[in-house]
Design a protein around this ligand. Structure first.
Ligand code: NAD
Ligand code: IPM
Ligand code: MN
Length: 345
């Protein structure tokens, strides 16, 4: 059956890397006989420009009826002091589609090991996933800004924690059966609840080991001994920060994909990085984050494991050939990198 994929290219480098991701999808679809349609919709700053809203009504309607959603990136300095910001569209689509489970894999292609700022022995064996709670916490609590005071409320219910925790334990069952839960239990009430629920959920999974880690020391371990992690589960804000930190291991945000899942609706796939305004419009962005997001979509929404593996192997081979974009110190532009990946499929 034909699958409907809604694409949200967004802003900055978004349209450049979306085009690359779709070219790779088209090439791999031919090889595996994957039948799909693309519906492109305005989103983020592009949504504000087209319809006055970062998540226009018809974009949301299309996303809700999609089989999967591909999102590139949103955001632009032009909206820094605007009353409506592109980022509000991102938070709104996550909430509207109930995309509570954001999966951010961290693996380092062999070909990138020597480019990592970390010593080779530190990154040997690094392969973990950050499971980030995506629809709760301080992002969605009340925000109040007055002239001389401000507050942001961090809210979590036990149910919200339980479902993301179960997701992490399920993922751990398919990996090395170890979950590291990250919190700030020595200070925050939300973290005390987080840890209590983590311990309760762990009883449902006697085959999986649970360890707790405070977020400050976890940030340190991510650099000093990252191979220690396998499945890392944490709240929305900590997950945002730690996942960007994890991009230091492969050496760039430009290779980091993600998947966001709800209980039963369509999933959304997007790079973890933003719209990279500093390089937008130059055709030099690294498309790999988007290309690997396409691979995650094929595997996780459509069960097309062979297609996902073809893409991942082609990316690996391309990097081994020394074809690198500028974020990795190379000279290939987006189009050259994309063409090389396609020819290596
Ligand atoms: P960013 O992730 O856009 O960029 C950080 C750095 O990484 C920049 O130097 C950029 O050039 C580089 N980079 C990121 N992706 C790259 C790629 N594919 N290839 C090569 N280099 C890449 O973060 P920022 O500059 O702090 O934020 C810019 C805008 O993006 C802001 O408006 C922010 O709110 C938004 N943002 C959006 C998302 C999203 O769409 N999911 C995520 C993060 C930030
Ligand atoms: C991300 C981004 C978003 C977040 C911003 C743009 C709202 O940084 O997807 O990681 O903080 O979740
Ligand atoms: Mn982020």
């Amino acid at each position: 059956m034909t699958k409907k994929i809604v694409t949200l290219a967004g802003d900055g480098i978004g349209p450049e890397i979306m085009a690359a991701g779709l070219e790779v999808l088209e090439a791999v679809a031919k090889k595996i006989n994957f039948d799909y349609t693309i519906e492109a919709k305005a989103f983020g700053g592009a949504g504000i420009d087209a319809a006055g809203h970062p998540l226009p009504e018809d974009t949301l309607t299309a996303a809700k009826s999609a089989d999967a959603i591909l999102l590139a990136a949103i955001g632009s300095p032009q909206y820094d002091n605007a009353p409506v910001r592109p980022e509000q569209g991102l938070l709104a689509i996550r909430k509207e589609l109930n995309l509570f489970a954001n999966i951010r894999p961290v693996r380092i292609f062999d070909a990138l090991k020597h480019l990592s700022p970390l010593k080779p022995e530190r990154i040997e064996g690094v392969d973990f996933v950050v499971v980030r709670e995506l629809t709760g916490g301080i992002y969605f609590g009340e925000h109040t800004l007055d002239d001389d005071s401000a507050r942001d409320i961090n809210d979590y219910s036990a149910d919200e924690i339980r479902r993301i925790m179960r997701k992490a334990f399920e993922i751990a069952r398919g990996r090395s059966k170890k979950v590291t839960s990250i919190d700030k239990q020595n200070v925050l009430a939300t973290s005390k609840l987080w840890r209590k629920v983590a311990d309760e959920v762990a009883k449902e999974y006697p085959d999986v080991a649970l360890e707790h880690q405070l977020v400050d020391s976890a940030a340190m371990i991510m650099i000093t001994n990252p191979a220690r992690f396998d499945v890392v589960v944490t709240e929305n804000l900590f997950g945002d920060i730690l996942s960007d930190e994890s991009s230091v291991l492969p050496g760039t945000l430009g290779v980091m994909p993600s998947a966001s899942h709800s209980e039963n609706g369509p999933s959304l796939y997007e790079p973890i990085h933003g719209s990279a305004p500093d390089i937008a419009g130059q055709g030099i962005a690294n498309p790999i984050s988007m290309v690997l997001s396409v691979a995650m979509m094929l595997r996780e929404s459509f069960g097309e494991n062979a297609g996902a593996e073809l893409i991942e192997m082609a990316v690996d081979k391309t990097l081994k050939q020394g074809i690198l974009t500028c974020d990795l110190g190379g000279t290939a532009d987006t189009a050259q990198m994309t063409a090389a990946i396609i020819s290596n499929l």
